[in-house]
Design a protein. Structure first.
Length: 425
C-alpha cells in the first residue's frame, strides 16, 4: 500500500494524485474532500504538506518555522515499513523553529552542528507528513504562511559542501488497485530491496527467500503449477481475512467505538505483522497514540450497522465531557463501503472543536450532532454531519490527547469514553 501511494504521489506525474518529485515539499492549501481517493479515511482537519524522501544519496535536512503556540502542527516521519520513526511538532519538539536531520538505514555519522535531532528511517524511501491546524476557512492564509516556512534540503547543501554522487535512476513499476492483485509479489520484491531486514525480520525474510521473494529475487507466479497457484491465492485470501478480523475484533469496543493503538515505530510493532497490516488497511499513515487517538465505528453499541439510507442518528457529548485533548478533536464521516469522504450539499465532511462557537448547545450544556443523509432542518443544520445514503463509517480524531485523567490514554483503557451513537426513533 505504501509503495502504491508513493507511486501515485511522487513518481507518476499523470496519476491524477501526483504531488511533487522526491525531496520536494508539496503544500496543500486546502483540506481533503471526496475527490481525494489515493488514501482511505483521509484527514480533512489539517491541511497536509507531503514530502517523499529519497535518502539513498545522502540525508535530508527538514527545517520548520516558529509556529504560534495556539496552533497545533506535527511532522510525522513514516518509512516504507510504515513505522512512525519520529515526530517534529507541537507535542514532540515544541513550536520553536529548528533544523532536523532524516537519515537512511545505512547512514552512520556525527550529528552536524545546528541539527536539533537525527531521525533514522528503516528504508531508503520515506514520507514526511506535515499536519497544520486550520481553525476555520478564513484561517487558510495563516496556514499557508506556516507551510511556506517548511523547508527541505540535502545535508551537503545545509553544510555548504559538495554534493555526493547522485543515486542511480530507478525504473519504478507501475501500480494500481487491479495490478496489486495480480502482481503482488513483484511489488514486494521491488520494495524489499530498499528495506534492509531488521533484527525481527530475519526468519520471515529467510522463509520468503526460499520461495524467491526478496531483494534481487523474482517470484514468478505465472510459472507455478496449478496446485501451487491455488495454495498461494488461498494463503493470500486467508491473510486478508485475518486482517479484516483483527480490525473488527482486535481493538477494544467501547460504546460501539473501536479504540486501539495501531500505529508506532519498529519497537511498537515488534514483529507483529498482523497489527502492521491492519494499521495500513484501517487507515495507512495514522499517528502514534501519544499524537492522536482514532475511535472509529460502523455500528451502534449493540452491533447494528449504521446505515444512512435506513435511519437517522445522533451523537451527544455531555456538558464538560468533550474529548480531553491538548490540541483539538473532530468527528469525520466516510462512506462505509469505500472509506472515502462523501459528497454532500453543504460540503461538510466533519465537525471539530474549532467549530463549537457556531454550534447550538442543548439547555444543559451538552452538544448533539445530527448524523443523517438529509438535512435535520435549518434550525439544526449547524450541528448536522451529512451521512451517505448507505453504510456509514465514522472516525473521531483526538489530537495530542491529555495524559492526566480524564484521558483517552492508554487507548481502550482510559477514563474518558466516547459516547454511544443513538438511532433516532
Amino acid at each position: 500500500m505504501n509503495y502504491a501511494v508513493m507511486y501515485e504521489y511522487a513518481v507518476d506525474k499523470n496519476s491524477g494524485q501526483f504531488k511533487a518529485p522526491f525531496n520536494e515539499i508539496k503544500n496543500e492549501a486546502r483540506v481533503f474532500t471526496y475527490k481525494d481517493t489515493a488514501i482511505v479515511t483521509p484527514n480533512s482537519d489539517t491541511p497536509y504538506s507531503l514530502l517523499w524522501l529519497d535518502l539513498r544519496a545522502e540525508p535530508m535536512v527538514l527545517s520548520v518555522p516558529a509556529v504560534e503556540k495556539s496552533r497545533y502542527y506535527s511532522v510525522m516521519l513514516c518509512d516504507g515499513n510504515t513505522f512512525n520513526f519520529g515526530y517534529i511538532g507541537s507535542r514532540a519538539t515544541g513550536n520553536e523553529a529548528g533544523d532536523y536531520l532524516v537519515v537512511g538505514p545505512d547512514w552512520k555519522g556525527e550529528t552536524p552542528a545546528g541539527i536539533k535531532k537525527v531521525f533514522q528511517s528503516s528504508t531508503q524511501f520515506s514520507l514526511a507528513a506535515y499536519r497544520t491546524q486550520l481553525f476555520n476557512p478564513a484561517d487558510m492564509p495563516k496556514v499557508v504562511k506556516v507551510q511556506a516556512g517548511y523547508k527541505v534540503q540535502p545535508l551537503s547543501a545545509y553544510l555548504k559542501q559538495p554534493a555526493p554522487p547522485a543515486a542511480p535512476a530507478i525504473n519504478f513499476p507501475k501500480i494500481d488497485n487491479e495490478m496489486v492483485k495480480t502482481n503482488f509479489f513483484e511489488y514486494l520484491d521491488f520494495a524489499l530491496q530498499f528495506a534492509p531486514a531488521g533484527p525481527e525480520e530475519k526468519d520471515i525474510r529467510a522463509k520468503l527467500a526460499r520461495i524467491g521473494i526478496g531483494a534481487g529475487k523474482t517470484f514468478d507466479f505465472k510459472n507455478l503449477s496449478v496446485e501451487h497457484k491455488a495454495e498461494v491465492l488461498l494463503g493470500m485470501k486467508e491473510g486478508e481475512t485475518k486482517v479484516e478480523q483483527y480490525l473488527a475484533s482486535g481493538q477494544k469496543d467501547i460504546n460501539g467505538w473501536k479504540i486501539g493503538s495501531l500505529f508506532g515505530d519498529r519497537g511498537f510493532y515488534n514483529g507483529d505483522w498482523l497489527k502492521r497490516a491492519a494499521a495500513a488497511k484501517g487507515g495507512i499513515y495514522g499517528n502514534d497514540a501519544a499524537e492522536a487517538v482514532y475511535p472509529l465505528t460502523k455500528t451502534l453499541a449493540n452491533g447494528e450497522p449504521l446505515d444512512g439510507s435506513k435511519n437517522n442518528y445522533t451523537l451527544t457529548f455531555a456538558a464538560k465531557e468533550f474529548p480531553p485533548v491538548n490540541a483539538f478533536w473532530s468527528v469525520t464521516m466516510y462512506d462505509g463501503k469505500t472509506q472515502f469522504l462523501i459528497e454532500n450539499p453543504i460540503n461538510r465532511y466533519l465537525i471539530n472543536s474549532p467549530m463549537l462557537p457556531g454550534m447550538k448547545k442543548n439547555p444543559d450544556g451538552s452538544l448533539t450532532l445530527y448524523i443523517q443523509n438529509k438535512s435535520p432542518g435549518k434550525d439544526k443544520e449547524s450541528n448536522w454531519l451529512p451521512a451517505p445514503d448507505g453504510p456509514i463509517y465514522i472516525v473521531m480524531r483526538l489530537y495530542w490527547p491529555k495524559t492526566e485523567p480524564p484521558s483517552i490514554l492508554p487507548p481502550g483503557e482510559g477514563t474518558w469514553q466516547a459516547p454511544a451513537m443513538s438511532r433516532v426513533k
